[in-house]
Design a binder for this molecule. Structure first.
Ligand code: AHG
Ligand code: MN
Ligand code: MN
Length: 327
């Protein structure tokens, strides 16, 4: 964070924090601040639904598939509705890219921002009461306000992000975000209904002892990924894999570690989606001193060709990601 800025203390409410830091943003007009507030509000509603998941009929699959061919859970659809509604109300968003919709959703043509979102990440964890998340990336539109949205507005690279974040619905609920000036984490205080600053200026340890990968798929990993896994074992690292990217990423960010979803025999580009999973976490990782790559390029340099494009993903502590690239 910049030296001239007064550091707000732990316990500061998210609203106040956003307001205090608004002028860090080169287009400061309050729109981005409002957008972050809209996302925070929708996440509180989703948090409430998740907490009730065992009690009302919102668990399990809905019987349909999302655009990348995965079973949609009832809460995937519900979370998508909640975020879409919140983001359309404010008027700041001109287009929304979501895991749950085939093509982008046109919102307010006078809005300045494009959002890419994974409304519910790790949704198969819901039925078994394990952590899930939301991931979002925010871009400025490239075309003039009022013009129809075009491909340039939608298919922006990660380096074009103006803000990104995630919400982790875990043992407590947290919102972590960056606007390119470091990373800050807020914990939800349910009795107040507020996110409060709990993790100011988050940094990722340069190295760690945790590796997170679905090792059940290892028969179809490339020799280089297998070699890196052997290196992890030779170093007596600890394997930790929740199966919800946000939760695995968050743990590794706090403790130091690497998350890998490599190419497999089934998915030559891995499983994770560039636009609404990998870019946001890469922005946060880099802002916190970590790294993110597809094995060859920085994730945020990859030019997307379509909304639901997948990419191999190596993210986490800088030294560990560098070591994995060497393999
Ligand atoms: P989503 O629920 O949004 O489709 O994402 C699931 C992703 C990610 O959260 C997780 O890390 C990964 O799928 C787990 O995949 P495997 O079950 O193949 O390990
Ligand atoms: Mn996901
Ligand atoms: Mn999802």
């Amino acid at each position: 964070m910049e030296a001239s800025r007064i550091a707000l203390p732990i316990g500061t409410a998210l609203d106040r924090f956003i307001k205090n830091n608004q002028d860090q943003f080169q287009y400061a007009s309050g729109e981005l601040s409002q957008l972050l507030r809209d996302i925070a509000l929708a996440s509180k509603v989703v948090n409430r639904e998740i907490n009730k998941a065992g009690l009302i009929d919102i668990m399990g699959a809905i019987g349909s598939q999302n655009p990348t061919g995965e079973q949609q859970q009832k809460l995937d659809v519900l979370a998508n509705i909640r975020f879409t509604r919140a983001l359309s109300k404010g008027g700041e968003v001109c287009a929304l890219i979501s895991e749950e919709t085939e093509s982008f959703v046109d919102l307010n043509n006078d809005g300045n921002y494009v959002i890419a979102i994974d409304p519910l990440d790790g949704s198969s964890n819901i039925d078994v009461n394990v952590s899930v998340g939301t991931i979002f990336s925010i871009y400025r539109r490239k075309s003039e306000v009022g013009q129809p949205i075009n491909e340039q507005d939608i298919l922006q690279t990660g380096d074009d992000q103006v803000a990104a974040g995630y919400i982790l619905y875990g043992s407590s609920t947290m919102l972590v975000y960056t606007t390119g000036h470091g990373v800050n984490g807020f914990t939800y205080e349910p009795t107040l209904g507020e996110y409060v600053l709990s993790h100011p200026d988050m940094t990722m340890p340069a190295t760690g002892k945790i590796y997170s990968i679905n090792e059940g798929l290892s028969n179809s990993f490339s020799p280089s990924v297998k070699a890196y896994l052997q290196h992890c074992k030779d170093k007596n690292y600890t394997a930790r894999y929740i199966g919800a990217l946000v939760a695995d990423f968050h743990r590794n960010m706090l403790k130091g570690g690497i998350y890998i979803y490599p190419a497999t025999a089934k998915d030559a580009n891995g499983k994770l989606r560039l636009m609404y999973e990998c870019n946001a976490l890469s922005f946060i990782a880099e802002q916190a001193g970590g790294k993110a790559t597809d094995g060859i390029r920085r994730i945020m340099e990859i030019k997307p060709m379509n909304l639901h494009q997948r990419t191999p993903f190596y993210v986490g502590s800088a030294e560990m990601v560098e070591r994995a690239i060497k393999c």
